[in-house]
Design a protein around this ligand. Sequence first.
Ligand SMILES: CC(C)(COP(=O)(O)OP(=O)(O)OC[C@H]1O[C@@H](n2cnc3c(N)ncnc32)[C@H](O)[C@@H]1OP(=O)(O)O)[C@@H](O)C(=O)NCCC(=O)NCCS
Length: 156
Amino acid sequence: MIRIEKFSEKNVEKALALKVSDEQLKFVGTVPEIVESMPATGHKHVVLVGDEVVGFFVIDTVYSENYDFCSEGALGLRAFFIDSRHQGKGYGKSTVAALKPYLQQAYSQYSKIYLTVNCKNRSAYRCYLKYGFTDTDELYRDGAAGPQYIMLMETA
Ligand SMILES: CC(C)(COP(=O)(O)OP(=O)(O)OC[C@H]1O[C@@H](n2cnc3c(N)ncnc32)[C@H](O)[C@@H]1OP(=O)(O)O)[C@@H](O)C(=O)NCCC(=O)NCCS
């Protein structure tokens, strides 16, 4: 039911209109901020249901250059969210579950993907853990909003 597509002219307008609640803003930036600040090595993606853009994420191809815990050649998942009007409908879990086959096909030269998730963000942590990522049992402590769990998914 969900589809993953590269962010492009075709979906930019709908992607820019995506929102999370004020309480969730500390866990993820807004799309305009992300578009503005993300270098070309951060590949922006959208999540679609039919013609509707319901979510967004970035595949960071140089994550290991910025995060010591990330082994060389591994990807990073960043800025993943589902629009607040579409949360709680199963799209978050379907997207996390769809990531592995998507990365195997579109990023086959990489064998794993890391992410960090704020320790206070229980719903996102559970979603990642239940649908494909494992907790490395290490914390990333440099996040602006407090410590974060470091999670990993093998894709090879
Ligand atoms: C985390 C997020 C992506 C989940 O997306 P969603 O579409 O609302 O979630 P789903 O309906 O697919 O539910 C997925 C899983 O999340 C977890 N979850 C969702 N809401 C939850 C809640 N209120 N409490 C605990 N777990 C919850 C559950 O594990 C659920 O799976 P289950 O029903 O099989 O147990 C979404 O809440 C979001 O965008 N949050 C704001 C941005 C954010 O925090 N991003 C993560 C940055 S690291």
